[in-house]
Design a protein. Structure first.
Length: 351
């Protein structure tokens, strides 16, 4: 029995894939295969042979193109791992076709566009989820509980960093026309973490984005955020660095640190380190597969019939990213900023 036939079973979400990106093949599709209540039924890609190969591997069918996949009756939801500059177009087209959407981050490259798509999903009773997988990991809820219980006293500041080594030449992260750049690819992680730890209402005090003049995209950045009560967040990100994925919270009575904060392997045992005047405490947590949890969240949300449940957080995050982008390029002049924003809006092809 193929995936399309399995999809006829009551309660099963029939998933279509728009684009055979690496993250889809390496992480998300295997998670779909091991999650109950969802089955891959159709695959579309710029390379039709590749689409057919992936479809055969998962017992699905290949579609002739993205538009044809959206017309299929055996697709309830679509996963969009296309380059960032294409997210808005194909997310909108999927919603208009009556499909739920799981889109890779960033949902769009423009905060107003993000808000419009969230409103569109809500008006049609459809689920629209931005695929920040790390937010589903219980290690962050554990950290929040410790902070709420006063484990390090009153929170004073958050330091968060996510950085990766340089990518090969030609990688989509280096292409402005496809929405590349460090802010949209890795900077969004510490920004989202700051919101998780400090709540909404953060304002950008200052930001700097370092642009590669040959590629025309930012490759590193730093941000200072402030909450209304004076609590701050210092964020660092980039894609020409030693791999770093961590955050720490400084309080009036101690410090809390979490490594492997954003992309931990499923078998990783998180360790929350708490330093106080009396010594150091290490709290080891159970391993957790955040990729499978993200897929499960999609299935659960669709099954609840409640529509998008992450809309407000998604819009607030997009607005914060936009504020960072403006502040980071402010010193380059208004004309330069407008030119780069226009470059990010240019459509591209799937890689």
């Amino acid at each position: 029995m193929n995936a399309a036939e399995r999809g006829t079973a009551a309660g099963t979400v029939r998933l279509g894939l728009l684009g055979c990106a690496d993250i889809a093949l390496r992480r998300v599709l295997p998670a779909v295969a091991r999650t109950g209540g969802i089955a891959l039924t159709a695959v579309a890609a710029r390379d039709t042979a590749r689409a057919a190969q992936v479809a055969q591997q998962y017992g699905a069918e290949a579609a002739a193109g993205y538009a044809e996949l959206l017309e299929r009756d055996d697709v309830d939801a679509v996963y969009v791992p296309l380059p960032s500059a294409l997210h808005a177009e194909w997310t909108e087209r999927a919603l208009l076709a009556g499909k739920h959407v799981l889109a890779e981050k960033p949902l769009t490259l423009d905060a107003a566009e993000t808000a419009r798509l969230v409103d569109l999903a809500r008006s049609r009773g459809l689920v629209l989820m931005e695929n920040f997988m790390f937010v589903h990991h219980p290690q962050h809820r554990h950290v929040r509980r410790l902070l709420d219980e006063g484990a390090i006293g009153d929170v004073r500041t958050v330091h968060a960093a996510f950085a990766i080594p340089p990518r090969p030449d030609g990688d989509i992260r280096y292409r402005a026309d496809l929405g590349g750049g460090a802010l949209f690819d890795v900077g969004v992680y510490p920004l989202r973490a700051a919101q998780l730890l400090l709540g909404p209402g953060l304002e950008v005090v200052g930001a700097d984005l370092r642009t590669d003049p040959e590629r025309g995209v930012d490759v590193a950045g730093s941000v200072l955020l402030r909450r209304h009560d004076g609590v701050t967040a210092h964020l660092t990100f980039g894609m020409e660095h030693h791999y770093t994925s961590r955050y720490e919270v400084l309080g009036s009575g101690g410090r809390l640190r979490l490594d492997h904060a954003f992309t931990p392997p499923a078998d990783h045992r998180p360790v929350v380190v708490i330093e106080r005047r009396g010594g150091v405490e290490e709290l080891e947590l159970e391993p957790f597969d955040q990729v499978t949890a993200a897929v499960r969240a999609l299935v659960t949300t669709i099954g609840s019939g409640a529509g998008t449940t992450t809309g407000e957080a998604t819009v607030r995050h997009a607005e914060l990213v936009a504020d960072v982008h403006r502040a980071g390029h402010a010193r380059r002049g208004r004309a330069g900023t407008a030119r780069r924003l226009a470059e990010y809006a240019v459509g591209g092809e799937e890689i």
